[in-house]
Design a binder for this molecule. Sequence first.
Ligand code: HEM
Length: 414
Amino acid sequence: MRGRVQRMYDRHGVASCQNLLFVRIVHLFGPDANRFVLLDKDRIFSARKPWMTIMGRIFPNGLLLMDGDEHKLNRKIMHTAFTRPALRGYAERMNPMVAAGIDGWDTTSGRFHVFKAIKELTLGMAARIFIGADLGPETTKMNAAFENLVAASMSQIRLPIPGLEFQRGLQARKFMVDFFRDMIPQKRAGDAPDIFARLTRTVTDEGERFEDQQIIDHMSFLMMAAHDTTTSTLSSMFYELAKHPEWQERVREEALAYGSDDFAFDDLDRFAVTGRVMKETLRRYPPLPVIPRMAERDTEFAGYRIPKGAMCVVAPIHTHYMPEWWDEPERFDPDRFAPERAEDERHSHNWIPFGGGPHMCIGLRFAETQIKLVIHHVVRRYRWSVPEGYRMPVQQAPISKPMDGLPVDLERIG
Ligand code: HEM
C-alpha cells in the first residue's frame, strides 16, 4: 500500500482521484491535507458514512460511526471511562495480568511467535479491563466471539453465507449483544471499575447517560478499536527492538532503573526512551495506514475540486515518510522525538497515528499505558532477537500486522 500511495503522490501531487464502482475516491496527501480533512473546521466531512460501509453491519453505532452533535454527546459520555483516575485503576489491574501472561512464554522452541502471544495477552486484558474480572469460563467464548467479530468486520465477502467469515461475525455479534444485555443490570447495580460497568453508571453533569443498546454497541466497538491496534503496535515494537538491540538495551535500562516490576500510571512520562520507541514505531507502522471520510458537500483543497459524495482518504502511511517533514524517514531513529529535535512538532498533522480532530482516538492514553506497561514487564524478563538480515513482511491493510507472525529467538533473563 505504501508503494501505491507514494506512486500516486509522485504522479499527481497532493490530490489524486480514482473511480471505483461508481464511487469517486480522492486521495489527499501531506500534513495540510490531514489537517483539512481530520480537523474538519468547516464540518464538510462525514466519518460515519465511510466507516458504516466498512463495518456498519458488525459494529453499528460505534463512536467512529457517528457524526456531528450525536458524536459529540456520545464522546462526552464515553470520556468518563478514560479519565486519569480510571486509567490509573486500569494500569493497577494490568500489572499482575501481564506478569502472569508473559511468565509462561516458551523460550525452548527457538522460534517464539510474537504476534500470536501478544494477541492472546491483549485479548485476556481486554476481557478483564473492559468487561470485568468475573467472566470465568465465559472468557474463552467471549474471546472466540470477539475474534470472529473483528475478522468479519474486515471480511471481503459480506454475505451471510453459512460457514463464511461474515456469517460467523453476525453470530458472534448476537452472542456479544446478548451477553452484554444480560449483564447490564448487574453491572449497573455494582461498583466495578471496568469500562463496561463505568459506561452503565455514567451520568454527565448535564444528566446525560447511555441507553442499554448504546452501551452494548459502544462496548463492542471499543473492544475492537482497542485490541487490534494495540496488538499491531506492540508486535511492530518487538520487531524494531529485535532489529536494533542497542535500543532494546536502552529500553531495558530504563525499565530496570525504574526499580519496580509494577508500572504506575502516574509515571507514564518517566518512560521517555520507551515512549520515543513507541512513537517511532507508530510513525513507521501506523496501525491504520489510511483514514477515510466522505465529503457531504462540494469543497476544494489546494485548488482541487472535491465533489459532494466523494470518499476522501488521508494517509498516515505516506505523511509519516515524507522527507519534507522527517529527517531520513527510512531510518529507525526514535531520538527524532526527543524534545531537542521534536520532528513531530514541525506541523500539527505530520504525525497522526491516532488521527486528529473530533474523532481523534479516545483511547490514546489507554493505549500508551498498555503498550509501555507490557514493554516494561517484557524487557525485565526477556531478551529477544531475529536472525541477521531478517525483514518482517507487513500486511498493511486493513490493520498493519506481521504476515509471518514475527518469529524471534526469546531468552529468559529475569
Ligand atoms: C496504538 C493503539 C491505537 C491506535 C494507533 C489507534 C488509532 C485510532 C485512529 C487513527 C482513530 C481515528 C480514526 C478516524 O478518524 O477515522 C481512532 C479512533 C478511536 N479509537 Fe483508537 N487507536 C488505538 C488504540 C485505541 C484504544 C486502546 C481504544 C480504547 C480503549 C481506542 C478507541 C478508539 C475509539 C472509540 C475511536 C473513535 C473515536 C471517535 O470517533 O470519537 N483506540 N483510533
